[in-house]
Design a protein around this ligand. Structure first.
Ligand SMILES: [Zn+2]
Length: 366
């Protein structure tokens, strides 16, 4: 397999300032580093260099998305607001989404990186691609930047595939621990894009990502949520793939699969309460690659989302990229075996109950 890789140093220069998870009033606690900071991304990129896997990937140079490309997904008011805050030098896109000078230009480069990844895959320059972009995108709706996300990188890339490259049906499979609410809302009434999100039940945003959210109008049936209980491990995720994701993909028959890829479902992430290890991400990647081989000619693009463990995101990302390109490094993951010994890594009955509810939605895909 030939795997493309999108990265740019400027992705790491997006300034999210300081915080303490929440913004405490007054002088009540020393300010800390924002959870969505460059470190996890930089360390993944650096492990890829040290492990040698970068030499087996095809670099894809990102470019800034044009305003016209953003407007396929976002409102003019939202684009103008992000630009205004960025030009001012500081501010918040809405809630918990601080940005700094130049963040607008960097966000354009992130969305454009996702576009270029999709373009390379559709052109056949590469078989599949991983876009290690920042800021992330899957919480951004048409008119609101939220949850550290400014523009919806995946949605902008999907609309580019459809409107500039002639692609018809696109499926997204979002395994970030948080609900992919932005992607869901952008395509909620659109039967040409199947949106699937596996996430921790009611984590972020609040009251978002329930099984009942199944699409609307002509898009009814084309949004599937799997709100897994906290504590779900690789067993639950693999069962959700077997019972929900793969049957849904085979019924929908996409021409392209886009994966908003967050690693905050890992067993040591500070922002999620799940227990996925690198073997779990590896298993999910293998299943998606198998589906892509059957359905899309192997065309699959991953766009980077969350993941807040400086120590563990690099291992999880490396495992995914190893599977995508078929080159295996000699880097051992010391946490993988440790987590395999934890209780609850296999699927539990209360997790199966949720998965079975989501599985019943597959028949709504026509
Ligand atoms: Zn997340």
């Amino acid at each position: 397999m030939t795997t493309g890789f999108v990265f740019h140093e400027l992705y790491l220069w997006h300034n999210t300032w300081n915080w303490n998870q929440v913004f405490p009033p007054g002088l009540t606690i020393q300010p800390g580093t924002h959870a969505e900071n460059p470190e996890t991304k930089r360390r993944l990129r650096n492990l890829m260099e040290v492990s040698g896997i970068l030499d087996h990937l095809v670099p894809i140079k990102p470019r800034p998305a044009t305003v016209e490309e953003l407007l396929r997904v976002h409102t003019p008011g939202h684009v103008a607001k992000i630009r205004e805050i960025s030009d001012r030098g500081y501010g918040d896109a809405s809630v918990l989404t601080p940005l700094g000078a130049g963040s607008y230009e960097i966000a354009l480069l992130a969305a454009g990186g996702a576009i270029e990844a999709v373009a390379a895959v559709m052109a056949g320059t590469v078989d599949n691609a991983y876009a290690l972009v920042r800021p992330p995108g899957h919480h951004a709706t048409a008119d609101v930047g939220m949850g550290f996300c400014l523009f919806s990188n995946a949605a902008v890339a999907i609309r580019h595939a459809q409107q500039a490259l002639g692609v018809g049906r696109v499926a997204t499979v979002d395994w970030d621990v948080h609900h992919g609410n932005g992607t869901q809302s952008i395509f909620y009434d659109d039967p040409s894009v199947l949106t699937i999100s596996l996430h921790q039940d009611n984590l972020f945003p609040a009251a978002s990502g329930a099984v009942e959210e199944n699409g609307t109008g002509p898009g009814e049936g084309y949004n599937i949520n799997v709100p897994l209980p906290p504590g779900s491990g690789p067993g639950a995720y693999v069962e959700a793939f077997e019972k929900v994701v793969l049957p849904a993909l085979h019924r929908f028959r996409p021409e392209l699969i886009v994966v908003p890829s967050g690693f905050d479902g890992s067993g040591v992430d500070p922002m999620g309460r799940m227990m996925v290890n690198s073997s779990g991400y590896r298993a999910m990647t293998k299943m998606l690659l198998g589906a892509a081989k059957d359905l899309t000619g192997g065309r699959i693009v991953m766009t980077h989302e969350g993941g807040y463990s400086e120590m563990y995101v690099p291992y999880c990302g490396l495992a995914v990229i190893e599977e995508m390109c078929g080159h295996y490094t000699a880097i051992p993951d010391p946490w993988d075996r440790l987590m395999q010994q934890w209780g609850g890594m296999d699927v539990q009955p209360h997790q199966t109950a949720v998965i079975d509810r989501s599985a019943r939605l597959v028949q709504n895909i026509r």
